[in-house]
Write a protein that binds this ligand. Structure first.
Ligand SMILES: Cc1cc2nc3c(=O)[nH]c(=O)nc-3n(C[C@H](O)[C@H](O)[C@H](O)COP(=O)(O)OP(=O)(O)OC[C@H]3O[C@@H](n4cnc5c(N)ncnc54)[C@H](O)[C@@H]3O)c2cc1C
Length: 411
C-alpha cells in the first residue's frame, strides 16, 4: 500500500482547508470524514446562512489559555485572505452589521459546494462515510477505518473538532487520540450556549426577543458584559448576547449556589436619571391612565405586565398615584432585572467548545505538535474558541491553511 503524504481526519472547515492547501503544494492528500457529506456543520452555521468571517478579526475576540496564540496563524491567513479565497472560488460575499460576512446567496450550501468543487479540482481524495476508529504511529501513520480499511500516511492532521454540537459529527475522537499520544487536554466546556436560569419566570414570556445589555457577575465581581439580542425561553435565556457571555462563566456553571448573577438592562441607551424623568413626565401628563397603558409603548407588553405584576400593585392604580419609590422600582426592573445561572444548556446545543489541546504543546507558526513529529492540529480541537460573529469559522479556515501548508512543506 503506497502511503499518502498527508492524511487529514475530519472534513469540517479546518480539515477542508488543510487538505486544499496541502494539495495545492503538490502533496498527495486523503481527507477522511465519517458523515456522508463534507462540511456538515458548516451547513448549520449562521442559521443556515454561514457567517464565514468577520471584518474585525482580532485577538481580543478569541479565548483559550493564551489567545495571542492566534496571531502568527492570522498573520499567514487572516480575514482578508479568506474573503479573497472564497471570491477566487466564485462566491460573492456581502457584509452585514458588526463586520459579519456571509455569502450573498444567504445559503451555507454555496460555501460547501464551492469547497467540494475545489477539493476535486485539486485532486484531494475525499472519503466520506468513513469512521476512523484508531490511529497508530510507527514510521508512518496508520489509520484504521471502520470495516477494516487501513491507510498509511507520512503526516497526519487532526481536524475532528471539539465536542460541541456533536450531532454534526464532532464527538471528540481526535481529543481522545491526542491524549493517548501524550497531549494535555484543557478542560472542555460548552461556549456560545444558551443558559438555564434558577428563576422560572422567563418561561412565562418565552419567545420574546429584546435588545438588552447583560452583565454577568460571579460573587459580585463583574465577569463580562454584552449588548445585543436576548431571547426568553422555557428554560431561561438564549440569543446572541447571552450565548456570547456563556463562555466567560462556563467554568463556574456547576456552582450549586447559583453564584453567577445576570443583570439585564432593557434600556442600555438611556441613563437611569433620564429614564426617571421620562416616566415621571408621562405619568404626570397622563395621570388618569394606568402604568400599563402609559408604558406599553416603551417596552414589550408581556414583559411590562410581568414587571408590574412582580411589584404587587393594584392593576387599576392610576399613574398619578405612583410614589417616587414605586417609579424607582419600575426603573430598577427596566435597568437591572436580576436572574441567576442554574446551568448551561448541554454541549449538543453549544456552537463551540471551550478548551481542547493545550496550546503550549503546539508550535503556533506551523500548528505541528511539539511532542510528536508529523502530527498537526487545526480548528476547534485546539484550545482556542472565538466570539459569535464569524470568528470560529475564521479560526478554522486560518488554522487549516497553516497546518496544511506546513505539513506539505515538510515533505
Ligand atoms: C449551530 C451552529 C452554528 C454556528 N454558526 C457559526 C457561524 O455562523 N460562524 C462561525 O464562525 N462559527 C459558527 N459555528 C462554529 C463553527 O461551525 C465551528 O467552530 C467550526 O465548524 C469548527 O470547525 P472544525 O473543522 O474544527 O470542526 P467541525 O466543523 O466540527 O468538523 C469536524 C469533522 O470531523 C469529523 N469527525 C470527527 N470524528 C471523526 C472520526 N472518528 N472519523 C472521521 N471523521 C470524524 C466530524 O464528522 C466533522 O465533520 C457554529 C456552530 C454551530 C453548531
Amino acid at each position: 500500500m503506497k502511503p499518502y503524504d498527508i492524511a487529514i481526519i475530519g472534513a469540517g472547515p479546518a480539515g477542508i482547508m488543510a487538505s486544499l492547501f496541502a494539495a495545492k503544494n503538490g502533496a498527495k492528500v486523503v481527507l477522511i470524514e465519517k458523515n456522508d457529506i463534507i462540511g456538515r456543520k458548516i451547513l448549520a452555521t449562521g442559521n443556515g446562512r454561514c457567517n464565514l468571517t468577520n471584518k474585525f478579526v482580532n485577538v481580543t475576540s478569541y479565548h483559550g489559555d493564551n489567545p495571542s496564540f492566534v496571531e502568527p496563524v492570522f498573520s499567514q491567513f487572516g480575514s482578508g485572505q479568506t474573503v479573497a479565497f472564497f471570491e477566487s472560488l466564485g462566491v460573492v460575499l456581502k457584509e452585514e452589521d458588526r463586520g459579519r460576512i456571509f455569502p450573498r446567496t444567504n445559503q451555507a450550501s454555496t460555501i460547501v459546494q464551492a469547497l467540494e468543487h475545489e477539493l476535486s479540482e485539486n485532486k484531494v481524495r475525499v472519503m466520506v462515510k468513513s469512521i476512523v476508529k484508531n490511529i497508530e504511529r510507527d514510521k508512518l501513520w496508520q489509520i484504521d477505518i471502520e470495516d477494516n480499511n487501513q491507510l498509511l500516511a507520512k503526516s497526519l492532521i487532526l481536524t475532528t473538532g471539539g465536542k460541541a454540537a456533536f450531532q454534526f459529527g464532532s464527538s471528540g475522537d481526535g481529543l481522545f487520540w491526542a491524549k493517548k499520544l501524550g497531549h494535555t487536554i484543557e478542560p472542555l466546556y460548552a461556549a456560545l450556549v444558551p443558559i438555564e436560569t434558577a428563576e422560572s419566570w422567563p418561561a412565562t414570556i418565552q419567545g420574546l426577543k429584546v435588545e438588552a445589555r447583560i452583565k454577568a457577575f460571579y460573587k459580585n465581581n463583574l465577569l463580562a458584559e454584552k449588548t445585543g439580542d436576548l431571547l426568553f425561553t422555557h428554560y431561561g435565556l438564549s440569543g446572541p448576547a447571552v450565548m456570547s457571555l456563556s463562555g466567560d462563566f462556563a467554568d463556574k456553571a456547576d456552582d450549586k449556589q447559583n453564584n453567577v448573577r445576570l443583570e439585564i438592562d432593557f434600556f442600555p441607551e438611556t441613563g437611569t436619571r433620564e429614564l426617571h424623568e421620562k416616566i415621571n413626565s408621562i405619568f404626570q401628563s397622563n395621570g388618569a391612565k394606568t402604568a400599563l397603558n402609559n408604558l406599553r409603548g416603551m417596552i414589550a407588553q408581556n414583559l411590562l405586565e410581568l414587571i408590574l405584576n412582580n411589584m404587587s400593585l393594584n392593576k387599576d392604580k392610576k399613574s398619578a398615584e405612583f410614589s417616587n419609590a414605586e417609579i424607582g422600582n419600575i426603573i430598577k426592573a427596566f435597568k437591572s432585572t436580576v436572574l441567576h445561572l442554574k446551568k448551561l444548556r448541554p454541549l449538543k446545543e453549544a456552537q463551540v467548545t471551550r478548551g481542547g489541546i493545550c496550546l503550549k504543546e503546539i508550535e503556533n507558526n506551523t500548528l505541528e505538535s511539539k511532542k510528536i513529529q508529523n502530527l498537526f492540529f487545526a480548528g476547534e480541537i485546539i484550545d482556542i474558541d472565538g466570539d459569535s460573529g464569524g470568528f470560529n469559522l475564521q479560526w478554522a479556515w486560518s488554522s487549516g491553511y497553516v497546518a496544511g501548508s506546513h505539513a506539505s512543506n515538510q515533505r
